[in-house]
Design a protein around this ligand. Structure first.
Ligand code: OGA
Ligand code: MN
Length: 275
């Protein structure tokens, strides 16, 4: 397999590998190593089924079943992100997936099934690069802090409980997911590098700060984390696949293609408790 670096902070393109086949142990180890180093890996021409995508993801850990996003009809572990005028995109904000649980995902695999004629790019940002670019006094201030992450911030009833069936599923999800607390700066469990772990999608407040202080610090970090130097932008082609390390990255799906339709499949791999 070939691994081509796409930028100093984040991103690599992996070629000469077929992800539809069971991974050989040495290939899996090399991919895992590349994921830790580059934070997001891109693959082209991977025409895989939902079952194959699930099996690929499951080789890296236990899979998460999303409490509100629609599931693939045959494979519950695959989320269907099918956006159009009837279901407008909602991932056009910087976020880390599923940080509203105690053990947020270690990674996720996204497969492009149907794309608009242009637009619908996705960007990823490195929380490690963002943290390392801060001054020493700023890092020292952030290091001991913790923050609340809340399911309701990205999954409000007005959007995700519109029909009686959705309401039942959404209420169960809300009851199962009270807000959780995570460190503002976490240590990557494999590389031991430290990085920022707050995101616009789910982080509501920094526990130790006063409300206005928390709002100001989160607003600063939100802007800082999106600095182009820390990001990579992928322009999808059909059957491209992205595999990201969700522990110290954020991503943003551009919502610039309506009224066209875009369909993606996502598998989500559970991680461990941030420290
Ligand atoms: C996701 C997500 C990005 C995209 O699957 O978690 O944010 O490009 N999707 O659809
Ligand atoms: Mn996401």
């Amino acid at each position: 397999m070939q691994i081509q670096t796409l930028g100093p902070a984040i991103g690599a393109l992996v070629s000469d590998i077929n992800l539809g086949l069971a991974l050989k142990p040495e290939d899996q180890a090399q991919l895992h190593q590349a994921l830790i180093e580059h934070h997001v890996l891109f693959f082209e021409g991977q025409d895989i089924t939902a079952h194959q995508q699930r099996d690929l993801a499951a080789a890296f850990g236990e899979l998460h079943i999303h409490p509100v996003y629609p599931q693939h009809p045959e494979v519950a572990e695959i989320i269907l992100l099918d956006t159009s005028m009837d279901n407008p995109p909602d991932n056009d904000n910087w976020h880390t997936d599923v940080t509203f649980i105690e053990t947020p995902p270690l990674g996720a695999i996204l497969s492009a099934q149907h794309l608009p004629s242009s637009g619908g790019d996705t960007l990823w940002a490195s929380g490690i690069a963002a943290y390392e670019a801060l001054s020493a006094p700023m890092r020292a201030m952030l290091d001991p802090l913790s923050a609340e992450h809340d399911f309701l911030q990205s999954f409000p009833a007005w959007r995700f409980a519109r029909t009686p069936e959705e309401r039942v599923r959404w209420e169960a999800a809300r009851d199962k997911h009270p807000p959780v607390i995570h460190p503002v700066v976490r240590t990557h469990p494999v590389s031991r590098r430290r990085g920022l772990f707050v995101n616009e999608g789910f982080t509501t407040r920094i526990i130790e700060l006063q409300t206005k202080e928390s709002d100001a610090v989160l607003a600063f970090l939100r802007e800082h984390c999106a600095k182009p130097e820390f990001t990579v932008r992928w322009r999808w082609k059909r059957h491209d696949l992205a595999f990201w390390d969700n522990r110290l990255t954020q991503h943003y799906a551009t919502a610039d293609y309506l009224p066209q339709r875009r369909i993606m499949h996502r598998a989500t791999i559970l991680g461990d408790k941030p420290f």
